[in-house]
Design a protein around this ligand. Structure first.
Ligand code: CS2
Length: 481
């Protein structure tokens, strides 16, 4: 920190009393949910301060504690930018250091919502079925030890404390990019509770509420150079700013624990959150159209040598490919949400991806592909195959993922692959087998590919895998655009 610069401080009086505990306090939630909640709190009052929890490291807490948990959110438009200071965090806890503090915050009767952004892998489920994976090392640990390590473990142990003292449960609000994220987290929590205490599982089943949500705002990871540039711009040092695009959309199933009456949630509707009965059409739209093409850009863009999403869509072969992917393979696969024109939504996505202010690395989005592929690409593929619709572009994305996940790019250079299955993926790629055998081995990973789908995909993915290798990304996309 430049010694002469003062640190950020709270400007709007003391911190709001907490009503929400948030698990997984990454940049995304701080640039998204926290801002909506702060706006709702300021508009309508209520004790909606947020206790953030980092499940893995102490870094976010260490960065935020010296500045009393306030931070800057910088909005980066294509032409202009703006700053806001976010003051809705009440405290930040590091779970590995003090699990008891986290459990007591969650069990505290003033906590009415526990929200989560723990990424796909944080749910400890099997991505191809959506069910809890009891063999997951964190779940195995949580079954043995009452001091949890996993997000489902924290939810179950904290709910147990509330049941034990006759308090209503908190609403569990998943904000991760998973289909039916509410149902998914409900399923893993109830399954884990059943293995620990069947009565607790039954209580959660009846009393618990797990609304599904669709969340959308592009928030790249904050880089050191962003922190330095912001300090130079403002003259104040903020060790934990977040940088985001102007666009945001939050759709939530309005199903919160009723026992809290009007205090069951902040008045999110007043600040533009869509509270609906059924979030599924919005989720499909967002996961398939935004995240699906984001992953396509991540793998194909990385293999084409592009560092960011904006650089990738500026490459002339990508826009026609993406447009064809949306129009011919993604849009026909699901029903549009009420009064949404999906062609316009696709055009807006391309403009969001092209925003030069957002330096979103292809490498960042490429992470954890084994956890992302099913809901972003494979569901669409499956629906298209069943309805006899085109699939060649989606198959090319799967093939690009295989090249990427194998850890060697198309020029033979190593890739720093981050994925919970990294060792398995690398060993498939390193095996001295021919291309068809490698593709077959990837398709044989049952945690990702269902057997029927794997069988049908084999010829087209093998072809795309070979074409990418012999002709390169640009030429393959040109032939598909
Ligand atoms: C991205 C998402 O990193 C990724 O996998 O696709 O984080 C994406 O930026 C958000 O879902 C946008 O709402």
């Amino acid at each position: 920190m430049p010694a002469e610069q003062p640190r950020l401080t709270r400007q709007r009086g003391p911190a709001q009393k907490p009503g929400i505990v948030h698990l997984g306090l990454g940049a995304f939630f701080r640039a998204f949910g926290a801002i909506y909640i702060e706006e709702a709190q300021r508009k309508d009052g209520g004790d909606w301060g947020i206790v953030g929890v980092s499940l893995q490291s102490t870094r976010t807490r260490d960065q935020l504690a010296p500045q009393d948990f306030v931070y800057t959110a910088k909005e980066l438009g294509a032409e202009a930018s703006s700053l806001r200071q976010v003051e809705i965090l009440y405290d930040v806890l590091a779970a590995r250091e003090d699990p008891e503090a986290v459990l007591s915050a969650m069990a505290d009767p003033t906590t009415r919502i526990v929200s989560l952004t723990v990424t796909e892998k944080g749910y400890c489920h099997d991505p191809s079925t959506g069910q809890l994976n009891p063999q997951h090392p964190d779940i195995a640990a949580d079954l043995k030890n009452p001091v949890p390590v996993s997000a489902p473990g924290y939810l179950v142990r904290a709910l147990a404390r509330r049941k034990a003292v006759g308090e209503p449960p908190f609403t569990v609000l998943s904000c991760d990019n998973l289909p039916d994220n509410g149902k998914l987290v409900r399923g893993v929590v109830i399954e884990l509770a059943r293995l620990i205490d069947p009565d607790l599982a039954t209580w959660i089943e009846h009393e618990g509420r797990f609304p599904s949500t669709m969340v959308d705002r592009i928030v790249p990871a904050t880089k050191q150079e962003d922190i330095d540039a912001l300090a130079a711009e403002t003259g104040r040092f903020d060790d934990a700013p977040v940088f985001h695009e102007p666009f945001r959309q939050w759709v939530i199933e309005d199903d919160f624990v009723p026992a809290f009456g009007t205090g069951k949630r902040p008045d999110l509707g007043a600040v533009g959150v869509q509270l609906v009965d059924d979030v599924a059409p919005y989720e499909h739209m967002k996961l398939r159209m935004l995240n699906g093409t984001h992953s396509a850009i991540a793998y194909l863009g990385y293999l084409a040598g592009h560092e960011t999403v904006a650089d990738t869509v500026a490459d002339a072969v990508f826009a026609p490919f993406l447009k064809a992917l949306w129009r011919q393979e993604i849009i026909p696969s699901f029903e549009a949400p009420p009064s949404v024109d999906l062609e316009i939504y696709a055009d807006e996505l391309l403009a969001r991806f092209a925003n030069p202010g957002i330096r979103h690395r292809t490498w960042q989005i490429a992470m954890d592909g084994s956890q992302k592929l099913p809901q972003r690409i494979l569901g669409t593929l499956k629906d298209n195959l069943a309805a006899d619709r085109p699939t060649s572009r989606l198959a090319t994305v799967v093939a690009a993922w295989m090249h990427y996940a194998g850890g060697t790019d198309l020029n033979g250079q190593p890739i720093d692959v981050r994925d919970p299955m990294v060792d398995r993926l690398k060993s498939i790629s390193d095996n001295p087998a021919d291309d068809a055998e490698k593709v077959a081995a990837f398709l044989n990973i049952r945690d990702i590919f269902e057997p029927d789908l794997a069988g049908v995909l084999k010829p087209s993915v093998t072809r795309a895998y070979q074409d990418l290798k012999t002709d390169g990304v640009q030429s393959v996309l040109r032939s598909l655009g």
